[in-house]
Ligand binder design. Structure first.
Ligand code: GLU
Length: 475
């Protein structure tokens, strides 16, 4: 099997393109095939090196590696032309000298497709006159002479597809300036690269009968086609910029892990056939097959992406997570990078905060109170648990300072001490825990309070509690 991803470098690697790349790559990796990368840069005006680079970087970030390429379509222009001229010589294509403006106007007037008008003109002109004009150096485009009948091909998603040839216009394959059109270039390249499977978005489905006609006219063996349905936004409309980030690079900036993105993309139009959703890269490669490609459009559900990301985060190697967290917290003045050196402590911290984080940014937020000395106090937390009843908040923090005095600093002993003290004060444990949490983390929510106390250790915890009492007094 030989598969390819053939992006046009006219924009960023968007979600739809990335999904196409991932599907082709997974099929290749599942079946021991070859994955080829071809940059379709024949539209010189709209293509740029910058876009090419962004696309390659996006693929690399996703972990989609290629076995051959990147090839550039523009390098094959001579071959594309040779293919067009061969069809001309074999009588399967014809020269079109007509002024395209005039033809378009006439076509509109007569309610026909421009290519039918062009064909008529070619027939009126006759072979001899055509030769004479070409030899005289008059510019012409080359059009495929679409035969009568029907074009039928098999699509792995849609089954057998039938197109009446009367609905297919005599497509231009070589423009009068000598540049090949997309359909010719794609067929010529896929044949040259011996591509066996062409999987791409549904938006290409209308091109496929034209390409099939070209394969047959050129005598090249046809690949198997698969057209995967569009990706929709949550509102049921085609996914676009209106739905927020659609470039893959934006997600990497938002703290989405590449393996989560690949997992998510793989499920947009494919299913493993059981109820699995969280899947590692290896599991995806193992399970992916073309017979489970889905026919119906898939919805880009950002909540699901966040959920999958959280799951992948939990499985991600600690060392890499630490590097990400460090990158984010490095900007904080009171960040204490030396704490990252204590691998046992960091391991414990990650165990506690990973289940609470969905993105790398979340993870850094969760880690902040443990790795930075300066707390960011959440105003809602301060208002509710300190300011509403400051006297009680101070009493309760003082009571806890007393209850924790001299005990061994373990989760169990801390819990026993807190619960005993709450009972003695005739309040619920929560009444002690809430002001304590604000003083230790600054936040309304945090990991379990005994985990927080244990991770911060005796000295840092007591300092923060004392500082909390001070802060409430000063308010
Ligand atoms: N270059 C085309 C695109 O980016 C893809 C061509 C194909 O997959 O056949 O839409």
């Amino acid at each position: 099997m030989r598969l390819r991803f053939a992006p046009s470098p006219t924009g960023y690697l968007h979600v739809g393109g990335a999904r196409t790349a991932v599907f082709n790559w997974l099929i290749a990796r599942n079946g021991g095939g070859t994955f080829v990368l071809r940059v379709e840069d024949t539209d010189r005006a709209r293509s740029s090196d910058e876009h090419t680079q962004v696309i390659l970087d996006g693929l690399t970030w996703l972990g989609v590696d290629w076995d051959e390429g990147p090839f550039f379509q523009s390098e094959g222009v001579e071959r594309h032309r040779a293919d067009a001229y061969r069809l001309l010589e074999e009588g399967k294509a014809y020269r079109d000298f007509s002024d395209s403006e005039a033809v378009r106007a006439e076509a509109q007037e007569r309610g026909m497709h421009p290519s039918r008008v062009a064909r008529e003109k070619m027939q009126e002109l006759g072979a001899e006159e055509t030769e004479r004009r070409a030899e005289a150096g008059e510019p012409f485009a080359i059009r495929l002479l679409v035969p009568d009948g029907e074009t039928v091909f098999h699509d792995l998603v849609h089954g057998e597809m039938h197109f009446g040839n009367e609905d297919i216009d005599d497509l231009v394959i070589l423009r009068s300036d000598g540049t090949p059109t997309y359909n010719l270039a794609v067929v010529s390249d896929d044949a040259e690269m011996r591509i066996t499977h062409v999987l791409r978005g549904d938006d290409h489905l209308s091109n496929t009968p034209k390409q099939v006609l070209l394969y047959r006219a050129l005598g090249y063996s046809e690949p198997v086609f698969a057209h995967v349905p569009l990706i929709l936004g949550a509102d049921g409309k085609k996914l676009s910029k209106r739905h927020g980030a659609t470039a893959v690079g934006d997600y990497s900036k938002e703290g989405i892990l590449p393996e989560a993105m690949m997992n998510f993309l793989a499920l947009l139009g494919w299913s493993p056939g059981d109820d699995r959703e969280f899947m590692t890269r290896d599991e995806l490669i193992e399970a992916f097959s073309t017979d489970r490609l889905l026919k119906s459009a898939s919805v880009f559900d950002t909540d699901k992406l966040a959920w999958l990301n959280g799951r992948h985060l939990a499985e991600h190697p600690d060392a890499e997570l630490v590097a990400h967290v460090r990158g984010i917290l490095d900007e904080e003045e009171s960040f204490r990078p030396e704490l990252l050196g204590d691998t046992e402590w960091i391991g414990e911290l990650l165990e506690v905060i990973k289940p609470r984080a969905r993105t790398l940014d979340d993870l850094a937020d969760q880690a902040r109170p443990f790795l930075c000395d300066e707390l960011h106090f959440e105003s809602k937390a301060v208002a509710k648990h300190w300011e509403k009843d400051p006297t009680s908040a101070i009493d309760r923090l003082d009571a806890l300072l007393d209850a924790f005095d001299g005990i061994s600093w373990t989760r169990e002993d801390l819990e026993t001490a807190l619960r005993t003290r709450a009972a003695a004060m005739d309040v619920s444990a929560g009444k002690l825990i809430h002001p304590l949490r604000v003083s230790l983390t600054g936040n309304m929510a945090s990991p379990g309070i005994f985990d927080v106390l244990a991770l911060l250790g005796r000295e840092r915890s007591r300092n923060r509690m004392e500082d909390g009492v001070e802060r409430i007094r000063r308010r």
